[in-house]
Design a protein around this ligand. Structure first.
Ligand SMILES: Cc1cc2nc3c(=O)[nH]c(=O)nc-3n(C[C@H](O)[C@H](O)[C@H](O)COP(=O)(O)OP(=O)(O)OC[C@H]3O[C@@H](n4cnc5c(N)ncnc54)[C@H](O)[C@@H]3O)c2cc1C
Length: 391
């Protein structure tokens, strides 16, 4: 166990991995002074598991958002680098293909030996110590001068109330549950997908193209937006407006309004419409209130109806809970370290993303400072710029 670090990053997904790369290369932190704590062996394990579950073919973000520091590195990798043969882009904005993006992640991780920085465990508690912070893990304690919390939303799956009693049932699965397998749905009969956003649409198209009968149960009609928030949120104008809002509740309201929740980009909507026209996918605008599982499959009831919707399997494409990530571990740290939070529970941090001396945040935890793109790949890059000032 490596102790007395200069930097410890808790969470080795998109954010933690990008920040480790940035600290190594730009801030030139010696490798032995930097570690990334995460329960998964491989960087971005959770991101790829979720992405592959949906059957998505292209990222939603443009070519300049990836793990390497030079924004044009991914484009170069595809045009003249080792990614030449697998390079796929969706225009405009050159959105990279998922397999190609994955190849680039593996290339960057190998090139900068980022996997070697990882400690495979979870942070169980955080407290202050003379050096800075002590983080308790299953294998002992790590101490560090600077601590970054890069916990994503990935561990808090959103399940509608009616689905909670069936959480252990193999017939009702969450799309982002690590146990979910898309291929296990082929040939099982009718699949009911709950949710009306990009993941529901991608999964429906992927399953129907392999012959499954699919029905989407959504609260709304398909909403089409190219990105999950407008590109202006990556620029100074919108962000200045955001920064001028001194009330965190107002910032939270701006984030809520800016994020196109439950939306999908044009090409996903077009593919979905084709499946709807062919009758291979059905879209039902409805709200489910009750469910049960029996020997013949799953029954779902709509409000005010007595006849259930029947299917062999239900997949919840309902995304993540949006409350502050970090669970009990972070709740306790907030109390014991006296960390300031907005009324939404999210950290109130400085411009440098500092929550307390030497304690920094990235990803969703930085939302009240970095705005609607904080949890995207772009947010990791913005967090990197802010952290450079203290590295
Ligand atoms: C299907 C899908 C597609 C997406 N596509 C895009 C896209 O195209 N472009 C884009 O910009 N964004 C996209 N996003 C949004 C976002 O970029 C991803 O969700 C991304 O994975 C967020 O990275 P992260 O590091 O914050 O979180 P995660 O990927 O969830 O990583 C956080 C890590 O922290 C670990 N962790 C949590 N608690 C602890 C603890 N106590 N101790 C140690 N480790 C801990 C977790 O195990 C995890 O490995 C997509 C999201 C999804 C779900």
């Amino acid at each position: 166990m490596q102790t007395d670090l200069d930097w410890l990053i808790v969470g080795g997904g998109v954010h933690g991995t990008y920040l480790s790369n940035m600290l190594l290369q730009r801030a030139q932190i010696p490798r032995e002074r930097l570690r990334v704590l995460d329960p998964n062996d491989m960087p971005l394990a959770s991101f790829f598991q979720c992405a592959e579950a949906t059957g998505m073919r292209y990222l939603r973000s443009p070519v300049v958002h990836h793990l390497e520091l030079d924004p044009y590195a991914l484009r170069r990798f595809g045009r003249s680098g080792p990614g030449r043969k697998t390079a796929r882009f969706y225009y405009p904005y050159e959105r990279p293909g998922l397999a190609f993006f994955r190849q680039h992640v593996e290339f960057v991780v190998a090139k900068h030996r980022l996997a070697e920085l990882r400690i495979r465990s979870r942070a169980q508690s955080i407290r202050r110590c003379p050096l800075g912070y002590a983080v308790e893990t299953e294998y002992g304690q790590l101490t560090t001068r600077k601590l970054v919390l890069a916990l994503g939303l990935g561990e808090q799956l959103c399940r509608p109330e009616w689905a909670k009693p069936l959480a252990g049932s193999p017939s009702v699965q969450h799309l982002f549950d690590p146990a979910f397998s898309r291929s296990s749905l082929i040939g099982v009969g009718k699949v009911l997908i709950v949710g009306g956003g990009i993941s529901a649409a991608q999964l429906a198209c992927s399953l129907s193209s392999q012959g499954s009968e699919v029905q989407i149960l959504a609260r709304h009609q398909p909403r089409v937006f190219r990105f999950d928030s407008e590109p202006e949120w990556l620029g100074p104008r919108a962000m200045e407006r955001f920064g001028q809002a001194s009330d965190p509740s107002l910032r939270r309201a701006m984030i809520r309004e800016a994020r196109h929740r439950g939306s999908m980009p044009g090409e996903v909507a077009t593919a979905l419409r084709a499946e709807l026209r062919l009758g291979r996918v059905q879209w039902l605008e409805t709200e489910i209130v009750r469910s049960s599982v029996g020997p013949d499959g799953v029954s779902l009831w709509r409000e005010g109806t007595t006849v259930p919707i029947l299917g062999q399997r239900v997949v919840l494409a309902t995304g993540f809970e949006l409350h502050r990530p970090g669970g009990k571990m972070l709740d306790e740290a907030v109390d014991s370290l006296g960390l300031a939070c907005g009324s939404c529970g999210y950290p109130l941090v400085s411009r440098r993303l500092e929550w307390a001396p030497g304690l920094f945040v990235s990803g969703p935890l930085s939302e009240l400072e970095l705005g609607p793109t904080a949890r995207n790949i772009a947010g990791a890059r913005s967090a990197g710029e802010r952290l450079l000032a203290v590295a």
